[in-house]
Design a protein around this ligand. Structure first.
Ligand SMILES: *Cc1c(COP(=O)(O)O)cnc(C)c1O
Length: 336
């Protein structure tokens, strides 16, 4: 399994997450710098560069640090051809475009490109990968068939499955699965909770109340006055805002836990603060703990209220948010 730890491990911290996910066989990242860091910290793991290399100097690093590079366009083959590296020292993963139309050689070129790579003395193992566009929706049938047809008879490990594929299509696991979001406890499916999939959140974004306001009916809250009190009510002000990575476009009523009880946001999220409804939480006061997402409040729910996905919430977590490592990552029972 390649544990996908791109984008700073989906906001969880590259080094920290990789350590917690060391039961994986390897790590998949985007930046060469991250790949080299992982190699140094994890000498026995695979390291995969998901977009491959862009410059000639990087080819040497692949061999030196035993990093596997995705090869998705002809320029990357040209770079490899010119690289001064010992025979068989560079492992690659040939990426085929089977319908996502983002990265990859057209599937019907698989054989020719494979052959071109095979003829490069620098190249060792050649993996065969593709990426599905809608494993969480319509499914993978068309793309998977195209992939299977294009790689038939070619030697090398297969890698096709992101989290949604891994959970929904066991027949399409291949040799190396590539889960990301599920490792962090997020659901890849909009209609299915992480909990129902047996996933537990790794990230708990918490804060506390730093002020309480008593509103009269008709009083309004925050920038733009987007919330108006329908009756007299109490609201709390939470020390968390969009500068922490909380989505600014979260509407009134986005779920939040105050003192462990569920309520909703009121008013527009500002840079460092946001309002929450305390109508049904009379004992809430300054200092009462608040969970923006995590245990008891799945990030997927918050994301859905804000019109996004947990991936985006996690990745947006701002560097200024202090991180304490209390919970352990749950690496499962080793079946994948
Ligand atoms: C991000 C990514 C993954 C992981 O996707 P999840 O939906 O987070 O599981 C797998 N493969 C590739 C090529 C990716 O870019």
């Amino acid at each position: 399994m390649w544990a996908v730890v791109k984008a700073n491990a989906y906001g969880h911290g590259l080094v920290r997450a990789a350590r917690a996910l060391s039961a994986a066989d390897g790590f998949a990242v985007l930046d060469m710098e991250d790949a080299v860091r992982l190699r140094a910290a994890h000498p026995h793991h695979g390291v995969l560069l998901l977009e491959g290399i862009f410059q000639a100097e990087e080819a040497v690093l692949l061999a030196e640090h035993r990093i596997t590079a995705v090869v998705h366009e002809p320029g990357q083959i040209a770079i490899l051809r010119a690289a001064v590296a010992s025979p068989g020292s560079i492992a690659v993963c040939l990426k085929l475009n089977t319908g996502m139309n983002r990265l990859g050689f057209p599937a019907d070129q698989a054989r020719a490109v494979y052959q071109a790579l095979r003829e490069l003395p620098q190249v060792g193992e050649i993996g065969l990968m593709t990426h599905f566009a809608d494993a969480d929706g319509e499914g993978i049938a068309g793309q998977f068939q195209r992939y299977e047809d294009s790689v038939r008879g070619l030697a090398g490990p297969r890698s096709v499955a992101n989290s949604a594929t891994l959970l929904r299509f066991p027949e399409a696991r291949g040799d190396w699965v590539r889960p990301g979001i599920m490792l962090y406890g997020g659901s890849p499916f909009s209609g299915q909770s992480a909990e129902s999939l047996g996933l537990r959140p790794a990230m708990h974004l918490t804060s506390s109340l730093i002020a309480v306001q008593s509103l009269a009916a008709g009083d309004r809250v925050g920038y733009g006055h987007t919330f108006q009190a329908p009756r007299s009510m109490r609201i709390g002000i939470v020390a968390c805002g969009y500068a922490d990575g909380y989505p600014r476009h979260a509407p009134n009523g986005t779920p939040v836990l105050v003192g462990g009880r569920r309520t909703g946001t009121v008013g527009r999220v500002s840079m460092d603060m946001m309002g929450v409804d305390l109508s049904l939480i009379p004992d809430a006061e300054i200092g009462t703990p608040v969970t923006l997402w995590g245990a008891g409040l799945p990030a997927d729910e918050v994301a859905s209220a804000a019109g996004t996905v947990s991936y985006e919430l996690f990745c947006a977590l701002a560097p200024r948010v202090p991180v304490s490592e209390t919970a352990q990552f749950h690496t499962g029972d080793g079946q994948i």
